[in-house]
Design a protein around this ligand. Sequence first.
Ligand code: AR6
Length: 202
Amino acid sequence: MADRPALQIVRSDGTVARVTIARGDITRFSADALVNAANSALAGGGGVDGAIHDAAGPELMAELRARYRGCPAGSAVVTGSGRLAESGVRYVIHAVGPIWRGGSRGEAEQLSSAYRSALQLAREVGARSVAIPAISCGAYGYPLDAAAAVALRVVAQELETPGPLDLTTFVLHSAETAEAFSRVLSLRLDRVGDVAEGGERS
Ligand code: AR6
């Protein structure tokens, strides 16, 4: 963990937040909150949604049905974590990304908004760490490089807000997705390096 490349964000109060990436199954990852890539009916499904519901057990769907009537693309809702509590996860944040329709139907704005809503909810419930999958990058067909650029930009912006939430890990299942996020993350790391050389940061 310590040597994993991370984007470090120095906040206005001097504290540091980190954005990093890991490869694997998000249901095996321990964080205060896991983000799920859900659908707007909050009906469960395949991909990471199926894996999270399987791991958490029926309590998750029961709570979704009791508390919410769907969730439009670009937003998110929060529940407890069912059996995932056994691995230290306290909340599941169900975020709905856009279905890719060519890129001119507001997909980037909706994807940004899904990540932003998820992190805002994480802050509201007091999470310190969040694990996030590549929302919209599976069944919803969002091109990986474009999705990675949006995801890392929005999450880095959100972590600029001082507070307990100071670690976000993208947990990426496929090699292609991990490569796309690594490329964008190292571009951002390079850019931070350039700024430091220019003397704008101590
Ligand atoms: N851990 C981490 N990432 C995963 C896992 C896992 N266990 N399983 C898959 N992924 P998708 P979407 C990756 O299709 O595109 C569902 O049916 C996957 O490789 O899960 O937002 C929902 O119910 C990909 O990179 O979500 C919705 O109907 C990323 O997670 C719809 O799919 C997202 O792929 C949402 O589609």
